[in-house]
Design a protein around this ligand. Structure first.
Ligand code: P5A
Length: 464
């Protein structure tokens, strides 16, 4: 993309309504625009990151064997009357009436609808295990929408639902989700710690929240610092292997880590004092196992191996896809702007032309642009006729992790400069070497840069 042809309405002023850094930076970098309290338009740059995050979520869900689908945003109130949550949900539910006077609502979550779907089509245990998910807009009429996309009213969520014959099978689904979530967040450059949580209105005995530590987080958390040493890394997991998934769950939940709702002072006091931490965190996901409550109410009953009719064991699992943009920025920025992790960056590399109109500089920039594009990467070429300082400030603000700077002086010596946004370190390289280096940097994030088939036949079609 050439910046002169893009739509990137960056703001010079710091917007006064934004209280936390991620909200400020998203507004300043021209990623979002507020349309009403807690409701945003996703401008091109923000939309691009949203799609990258969504693509990672899809890939990791599909890797774990979960099946994508799409349910509507509007739901019939009848479903919720059946589960008993129509009244229980209270003023957070946005209720509407259609022209025929039918009660409708904008879905805050989809337990009822998916259970009704599965109840309609699945009649035998032979169709199990089954985990369906979608990524869809939700609406919760929050009392205090704030912090931009972090606590919106309209927000984008991945929500998945498992259907199993037995509690044991459903707990394997729970473990599988925990493992796939660890992998998902790490690919986005985030450490999200699973913490024992309270199940709230969803109900059930088993639940973990995933928290990203950040001073601006809305949740108070208590944990053993040893947990932050754990890394999922690039281990290959066989998601069908129960012991393996259980093992990862045990490893990542072996240390004390709880939200304030489940905090236990006595257990906390047993952690050596130098490892005891009280901090704040951003909840980027939550998983639940809640048994047969919904399946009994919504009629998701199947014939078991012994011919008897049994209600299905269920769980639900959510990732705050739009909230993740805020969480990533809270975890990765400096006083100049955002620093995107390579896994989610909207463009892979900025190209800054120090002297637009200089024949050699223009040609070198175009050459870099073409070479990176041909390799399957997306550069953002600042081809505007602006002074260098302004171009650097924009690149720093929007946070591309790598920048190639091209100027007539360097070109005389056959070099351009490759700069890391994170460390600020620069290297002088020939244009060819710079391209090679950028490809190497992104190779771990893109199958095609490693000459490999993308997850043979299982990759979600991405169009970012
Ligand atoms: C699990 C999936 C559920 O709704 N039902 C289906 C379960 N869980 S949850 O914890 O309530 O939400 C899942 C994740 O969605 C994000 N989230 C939000 N993001 C932005 N603005 C909001 N107002 C908001 N509310 C929830 C969180 O990341 C949460 O973990």
């Amino acid at each position: 993309m050439r910046l002169s042809r893009y739509f990137l309405p960056v703001l010079k002023e710091t917007p006064s309504e934004a209280q936390i850094v991620s909200h400020r930076l998203m507004l300043r970098a021209g990623m979002i625009k507020q349309q009403a309290a807690g409701i945003y338009s996703w401008l091109p740059l923000g939309f691009k990151v949203l799609r990258k995050i969504e693509a990672i979520v899809h890939e990791e869900q599909i890797r774990a064997g979960h099946i994508p689908m799409l349910m509507p945003t509007l739901q019939s109130a009848d479903l919720w009357k059946q589960s008993g949550r129509y009244d229980a949900y209270g003023p957070e539910m946005l209720r509407l009436t259609d022209r025929h006077g039918r009660d409708m609502l904008y879905g805050p979550t989809n337990e009822e609808m998916i259970t009704e779907i599965v109840g309609t089509y699945v009649s035998s245990y032979k169709a199990l295990p089954l985990t369906l998910y979608h990524i869809q807009w939700k609406f919760r009429d929050e009392v205090r929408p704030r912090f931009g996309v972090m606590r919106g009213r309209e927000f984008y969520m991945k929500d998945g639902y498992n259907f199993d014959l037995t509690k044991e099978d459903a707990l394997h689904a729970y473990n599988r989700h925990l493992v796939s979530y660890l992998r998902t967040y790490e690919r986005m450059g985030l450490q999200a710690i699973p913490m024992r949580a309270d199940s709230g209105p969803i109900g059930g005995d088993y639940t973990h929240e995933f928290l990203v530590l950040a001073e601006t987080g809305e949740s108070e958390v208590f944990y053993d610092a040893a947990i932050t040493e754990l890394k999922f890394g690039d281990r290959e997991i066989d998601y069908d292997n129960r012991e393996e998934c259980q093992g990862v769950l045990e490893e990542f939940t072996s240390r004390y880590a709880r939200t304030d709702e489940t905090h236990d002072e006595t257990a906390f006091a047993e952690i050596p004092e130098d490892r005891r931490r009280t901090a704040r965190g951003i909840e980027v996901g939550q998983i639940f196992y809640f048994g047969t409550e919904y399946s009994e109410k919504m009629g998701a009953v199947v014939q078991g191996p012994d011919g008897k009719q049994v209600p299905l064991h269920m769980g639900s699992h959510g990732i705050g896809v739009s909230r993740l943009l805020g969480a990533i920025i809270e975890a990765s920025h400096d006083d100049k702007g955002i620093i995107w992790p390579e896994g989610v960056t909207p463009f892979h590399c900025g190209i800054v032309n120090l002297k637009q109109g200089d024949a050699a500089a223009d040609a070198a920039c175009q050459g870099l642009y073409d070479a990176l594009t041909k390799a399957g990467l997306e550069p953002l070429y600042d081809d505007r006729d602006e002074r260098a300082g302004g171009k650097f400030a924009t690149m720093d603000l929007i946070g591309l992790p790598w920048r190639i700077t091209v100027g007539p002086r360097g070109l005389k010596n056959g070099v351009v400069e490759l700069t890391s946004r994170r460390t600020g370190e620069s290297q002088e390289l020939s244009p060819e070497e710079a391209v090679k280096r950028v490809i190497e940097i992104y190779a771990p994030h893109h199958d095609h840069l490693r000459d490999e088939q993308p997850m043979a036949g299982r990759s979600f079609h991405t169009w970012v």
